[in-house]
Write a protein that binds this ligand. Structure first.
Ligand SMILES: NC(=O)c1ccc[n+]([C@@H]2O[C@H](COP(=O)([O-])OP(=O)(O)OC[C@H]3O[C@@H](n4cnc5c(N)ncnc54)[C@H](O)[C@@H]3O)[C@@H](O)[C@H]2O)c1
Ligand SMILES: [Fe+2]
Length: 370
């Protein structure tokens, strides 16, 4: 599979220079609704307006439905931007990616430069070639996966996450951790992805709780923000697994936040994947370097220690619930299990899992998280 990164990444201190290099262009800022009237958005709009024509579009909702993408393509056709600056959580960046992708396919633009600026520390969408859209008629999350979707640039300005609400911080941080730990053992993993998956998971384990607390430091926010981006690069190259295959279905069937669904599934999936000796060895290696388990522990003990730590972290960032505690009715849930499994088996993340599960294995995991 090799290792590839199309996206050029800039940090907060590099961004003014990046902005200065954009001149005489039509810049279309596609941003999350929460940014309406936000001083940070204004700062970027003004800076870009000095040498460019800038328009702002913010008709975005979480877990973007097809209808919002289609509406956005119509606006794109009028604006015909040279540069798209997508600012927001994974939902906003994915919406902008899809608008750009389909508008390009329809021949509405020349070369549009696509820049993504995340306001959550979780999805890694700023560096991935995926975007997820929801078909609200069939309650299905549809991934669009094409190398050209990956942003040309990612601008990481932690100012956007400094005041991110606790609920969003906790869930998106657990999404980043799931990306890292699934990429660590995924079928496409290699020495490059192993190294960065370790780094991304380490950043989240060390700093997510502080970010979830009342007065997180800038350093903690930077660590989780960059960790999330690194995890995106890891999974883009290595693949994901059944936490994501199942969480996409839980999200669309029961409207659970993506990161929360992953947080609930991840410990059970690590337990299950530890049956694979190579996966258990990788989990245990990570548990040892994080001091979750002693150096002399067996791989099984190391993997168990990792499960324990994932549960502890999830609980401490508001993501430690079972599904029944989230108001999902038992009867409805049990009835939905066959559909969840059928859709999960077709999910693009499913083949990345280190073991191909039997249906009974998936049922066991789904019952354990209820
Ligand atoms: N493309 C990818 O590679 C990829 C990877 C994982 C997940 N996803 C998708 O991303 C979506 C989830 O994205 P997410 O977890 O970033 O959440 P989100 O984008 O859905 O945002 C959640 C809520 O938080 C708000 N919000 C975002 N940033 C904020 C901030 N700084 N301050 C205050 N409010 C803020 C949003 O307006 C929204 O209401 C899902 O649709 C998921 O399927 C995509
Ligand atoms: Fe994810």
């Amino acid at each position: 599979m090799g290792f590839r990164l199309k996206t050029e990444i800039s940090f907060r201190e590099d961004i003014p220079e990046r902005i200065a290099a954009i001149r005489d262009k039509k810049v279309w800022i596609v941003c999350d609704g929460f940014l309406n009237g936000n001083p940070l958005l204004e700062k970027y709009r003004k800076a870009l307006s000095i040498a460019n024509r800038v328009e702002v579009y913010s008709d975005i909702v979480p877990d973007p439905p097809l209808t919002k993408v289609i509406a956005g393509i119509r606006v794109f056709k009028q604006v015909r931007p040279d540069v798209i600056l997508a600012i927001g959580g994974g939902s906003a960046i994915d919406t902008a990616k899809l608008i750009n992708y389909f508008a390009h396919g329809l021949g509405y633009n020349r070369e549009t430069r696509f820049i993504a600026m995340p306001t959550t520390s979780g999805t890694g969408s700023e560096v991935t070639a995926f975007a997820v859209v929801t078909d609200t008629e069939t309650n299905t999350k549809i991934p669009v996966n094409d190398a050209v979707i990956a942003p040309d640039e990612a601008w990481l300005d932690e100012d956007f996450v400094m005041n991110c609400p606790k609920k969003v911080t906790g869930a998106s941080g657990m999404d980043a951790l799931t990306h890292a730990l699934e990429a660590m053992v995924a079928r496409g993993a290699n020495h490059f992805t192993d190294g960065i998956a370790d780094k991304a998971a380490c950043n989240v384990f060390h700093f997510l709780e502080e970010c979830y607390g009342d007065a997180p430091s800038r350093e903690a926010r930077i660590r989780v923000h960059t960790g999330s981006c690194i995890a995106g690069i890891a999974f883009q190259n290595a693949g994901l697994g059944i936490s994501h295959a199942l969480s996409h279905q839980l999200g669309s069937e029961f409207h659970l936040a993506h990161g929360l669904a992953n947080a609930i599934l991840l410990p059970e999936v690590i337990k299950y994947n530890s049956k694979d000796a190579a996966a258990a060895a990788k989990y245990a290696h990570f548990a040892r370097i994080m001091f979750f388990a002693p150096r002399e522990c067996t791989d099984a003990e190391g993997a168990e220690a990792l499960v324990r730590e994932v549960r502890r972290l999830a609980a401490n960032v508001g993501c430690g619930q079972k599904l029944h505690e989230l108001g999902i009715e038992q009867e409805k849930y049990i009835a939905a299990i066959p559909t969840i499994i059928k859709k999960a088996q077709k999910d693009f993340t499913y083949p990345g899992n280190p073991i191909e599960p039997e249906v009974e294995d998936l049922v066991r995991i789904l019952l354990a998280i209820y």
